[in-house]
Structures are given as C-alpha cells and as structure tokens.
Design a protein around this ligand. Structure first.
Ligand SMILES: Nc1ccnc(=O)[nH]1
Length: 403
C-alpha cells in the first residue's frame, strides 16, 4: 500500500495529520470540557495539545530518523516478543477506534440525513462509511496522497466556516466554569488525544523526505486540526447542553456541506487506523499483505460498530493513555537519553523494561485517583521514565536472547 519508496513532504504530512485530527469523535471529546466554560476550556485545550503534541513528535522522530514503523520500534526497548504484546494491544485499540469513528460518523450523518432526505437509519450510514473506507484503502498510496490533499483542503475550508458561525454566537465566549470538572481532568482529556496517535505516528513519519519539515508538518497539522475540533466541540456544547454536531450544522444551514464534512473526516481518520493495523500486523507476520489486513480491520471495526453501543468512550481513552503512555516513556528514554536507536536482532524479550511498563500502567490508574493539576498521563510518563532510568543498570541483564 505504501512501499519503501514512498516519500511524504512536510505538506503531505501536514495534510495527513490535519485529516487525522478532523473527526466527529474529536468534536465530541472537546464537548466534554464544557463544565470549564469557554476561556478556561480553551486554555486546557491549547496547553494539553501543546504538551501532547510535543510528546507525539518525539515519537514521530523515531520513525523519521530510524525509518522504523511505530510498533516495530518498540523492539528497541522491549525485544521482539515485547513488541508482539504491543502489536496486539495496538490492533485492539485500532479496532476500537475504527468502531468509534464509524459510530460517531454514522450518527452525525444520520442526523443530517433525517433533515436532508427524511431518511433515518444509523446502520445504513455506518455501512456506507465502511464501504467508503474500503474504497479509500483500495485506492492505496497514490490515490490516498492525492485525495487526502483534496479532502483536507475541503475540510479546512469547511471547518473555518463552521468555526466562524459557531463563534458568532458571542454569548458562548462568556460562559463561566461550573466547577464540576477540574482543570487537570480537562487537561488530561486534551493531552490524551495527541498521545493516542503515538502508536501510529512513525508509520507515517518514516516516509518523510526531510526529518525537519516532516516533523514540523506533522505537529502543525495535528495541533491546529485537533485544537480546532476541541474548540468547536466546546463551543457547541456551551451553545446548548444537548446540541450535537449534526443538529448544530443543520441549524447553521450547512446541509450537504455538513454531510460532506462528516463523511470525509471520518474516512480520512479511519484510513490511518486501518493502514496502521496492517503495518502493526506485519510486525508479527512479515509476509502478510498490509492492504488485505487493512480491509479486514475496517470490516471488523464495522461489525463492532454495528453490534456494540460504545458508551464507554472515556474509559477507552483512559485505557489507551494507561497502556501507551508508559510504553513510550520507556522507548523515548531509551532512544533519546541512552541513545539506543536500533533494534538488537538477538533481543527476544527485555524483562526489565516490561516490569517497568507494568509498574507504569499501575501508576497511571493510581494517579487518576489523585486528580493532579497536570492530568495523569504526563506525571505517569515522567515517573515511568525516572524509574526506568534509575533501574536501567540493574535490569540491563534481565533479558532473554534468541538467534
Ligand atoms: N485519536 C485516535 C487515535 C487513533 N485512531 C483514531 O481514530 N483516533
């Protein structure tokens, strides 16, 4: 689908990550920050995305520099079997995301469909979205790069219109905090979204033509796109407690344009999930075809979306933070502090690193109960990293080798 020869320019990566950020799920998550009111909410959004985005880019650097896909790069710290565990966890989160995308896209499209055509069936929209994603995968890399630019230019324009209209409702800007949510939890919800892309980013930055422009493009695309989505979600939620994206866009007379935003944004994001699932699988089974796996993943995500009511969305987000936060704290420490930049082919499993990871996962759930001003992901990553650095010498020999 995207072979070794593929290259992506800084602008190409900007559009890829902007397209990743623009999704109904992101708008919805921004809406969760409503208890903070507008100005505090916006602070949490920008600060959280700055922190999360910078960590994300550290992860993307590994792909740009060592040319390793994201999950394969975990072999550097954890060894081959360690990376198999993370492959499994990543495939699970990607099925989860595909389902979240299809459901949130399907619901928004259905609301619009009811107003536009008097047609009401979420499942039909979910299946239609699944078919579009399949087409996108079938078009592969060349089609993807061209269409993605077109899609993103459209999305950018439409997003700006949406922003303009939403924010014309000036009273939103003066809504005060209700005190039902701490700044720390809002910050956590903002940090976690860029971080949720850590297990994918290097799958794309490994194709950067130039490291610097590739990383700047990726950061800017995601930071701008995701902060905008959160801000729009926040504004919609402040506008009316029960306002959804679909009804809001209808109220703004966006009609067919709105349907276009919903469908395109869902497809550009879910394509990345399906493609990265393919890349992740080939870490375990190198001979499998990325494209076929991508199809199967999209199908599985669709089935999950049709069968399961995803009400546990926040739990899903926290589970991702708990697993991948500590993982990347360890990998980034190895890479940037200990300068361990390549995979040791003989390393089957680094038991020491795995133990620190398990401690990190535990720390995350403990820190969540503390309601810290910086959220739980950032302190967990720092603590995991410190533990890893301190115990590195002792645990250096706690490894299993193979040939
Ligand atoms: N935040 C996300 C991470 C990975 N996949 C998604 O669809 N969304």
């Amino acid at each position: 689908m995207m072979e070794e020869k593929t290259t992506l320019s800084g602008f190409g990566l900007f559009t890829l990550w902007f397209g990743a950020a623009v999704s109904m799920a992101e708008i919805f998550t921004g809406g969760l920050l409503a208890p903070l009111g507008f100005s505090e909410g916006l602070k949490a959004i920008l600060l959280g995305h700055l922190i999360g985005g910078l960590i994300l880019i550290l992860g993307g650097y590994i792909g740009a520099k060592s040319k390793l896909p994201a999950i394969m790069s975990t072999r550097i710290s954890f060894g081959r079997y360690g990376s198999y565990l993370f492959s499994l966890l990543n495939v699970l989160q990607l099925i989860g995301w595909t389902a979240v995308m299809i459901i949130s896209g399907g619901r928004a499209a259905n609301e619009l469909g009811i107003s536009l055509f008097g047609f009401d069936s979420i499942n039909t929209w979910a299946i239609a979205i699944g078919v579009f994603i399949g087409l996108w995968i079938w078009l592969g890399k060349v089609g993807f790069q061209k269409l993605n630019v077109v899609a993103v230019v459209l999305l950018f324009a439409l997003t700006l219109i949406l922003c303009g209209v939403v924010f014309q409702e000036g009273s939103i800007l003066h809504v005060k905090p209700t005190g039902e949510m701490s700044f720390g939890s809002a910050l956590e919800l903002s940090v976690i979204m860029p971080l949720s892309w850590l297990p994918l980013i290097s799958d794309y930055t490994r194709f950067s033509k130039s490291k610097k422009s590739g990383l700047i493009g990726s950061f800017t695309g995601y930071f701008v796109g995701s902060s905008l989505m959160y801000a729009i979600g926040l504004a919609i939620a402040l506008y009316a407690q029960d306002a959804s994206v679909g009804t809001m866009m209808m109220a703004l007379h966006l009609g067919f344009a709105a349907l276009g935003i919903v469908l395109l944004s869902t497809i550009t994001t879910t394509f990345l999930d399906a493609y990265s699932a393919g890349v992740t699988f080939t870490n375990i089974f190198p001979k499998m075809s990325e494209r076929k796996i991508a199809f199967v993943m999209a199908l599985l995500g669709l089935v999950v979306a049709l069968m399961m009511p995803i009400e546990e969305y926040e739990t899903f987000l926290y589970a991702i933070g708990s697993v991948f936060g500590p993982l990347f704290a360890i990998l980034l420490s190895d890479y940037f502090i200990f300068k361990k930049m390549q995979i040791e082919p003989m390393l089957a499993l680094h038991v020491g690193a795995l133990i620190v990871w398990v401690i990190g996962v535990g720390l995350y759930y403990w820190m969540m109960t503390l309601d810290l001003p910086l959220g739980s992901t950032l302190p967990t990553m720092l603590a995991t990293s410190i533990i890893f650095i301190i115990t590195k010498k002792v645990m250096a020999s706690w490894t299993l080798k193979s040939n």
